[in-house]
Design a protein around this ligand. Sequence first.
Ligand SMILES: Cc1ncc(COP(=O)(O)O)c(C=O)c1O
Length: 361
Amino acid sequence: MQTTPLRYLRADFDDLEEYTPVKPLDVLAAEIGVPIERLVKLDANENLYGPLPEIREAIARADLHIYPDPGQTALREAIAGYAGVTPEQVVAGTGADELIDIVLRLTMPEAVVNVTPTFGMYQFLAQLGRARVVDVPRLAGFAPDLKGIADAVAGGARVVFLTSPNNPTGNALRPEEVDALCELDALIVVDEAYIEFGGQTATGKLARYDNLILLRTFSKWAALAGLRVGYALCHPELALRMMAIKQPYNVNVAADVAARVAIEHRGQIAEMVSAMVAERDRMARLVAETGWLRPLPSEANFVLFEVHGRSALEVRDGLRRQGVLVRYYDRPDLRNYIRISAGRPEDTDRLLAALHHLETA
Ligand SMILES: Cc1ncc(COP(=O)(O)O)c(C=O)c1O
């Protein structure tokens, strides 16, 4: 009789909906057949300016042979100063992604609310935690459906995930929307991964609402996506529990020092962020001139475009063949959309040349 080692595993993973991650530069270059330096990577909302030289130098000097501080003492203090909270309200993790997982492990909720379309990690990790995912579709203009969310909470969901500014739609939550959500009897997780690019942070509300958890990251503004470092801001009692269940050495020594140096040099990084915001707006304006790519307003470092009169998949593939990578969505609530990250001026120029080539091909 044929057997399989899968018989020892969870049967519900037989039909797991896997997360679709982006690929690294060398893999993409080999797949597409273009040299790495010719790739224009506008598919993952990374900061293409890269980390400050001071960060690279600090990593080179770090004591890599010593385990990191499980209490994250220096890092929590630095983040607290940056975010305007106390260190007891901070928990750092291996990217904001790990904090999503920690929240789910802490709560083991029967059901979670996912406000779609949005970042795919909430639904993926909820699935791993055997939580029922209640999708609450966004309304016209991608505003959150507060009534729908309240109904889902009344129906038993104990954790609500919301992104502000939202990925991939680019719009941010209004402060009164955060207030309305925090009045619900559930943990409200507001993912502010892109907050350095726009939108209003909800940190000022942490003192008022003990059920509010904010997620942040160094991946986007500080150009540290490859190092994996993010954090949660919340009530000190929640933070204490998160600290208790996290993997002790979750933030590695290089990520720890890089994040602290980024905070130290935040003025310099803010200049890069301003350049990316300006480039986002220039890119949206110039791409819109095609007439068949319509941008949605964005407060983040990317723009969602509705593709008219062409297939978004063919646009994605046509750009990819020229080494320009954008994110394509094939889902009922984002039929025929592409998302393009804001890069440097030369990245926008390559994108525009590639679009022009598609039009004339
Ligand atoms: C909304 C949102 N949250 C979190 C992340 C991941 O953050 P990190 O790199 O810190 O895990 C992303 C990355 O794309 C994102 O879009």
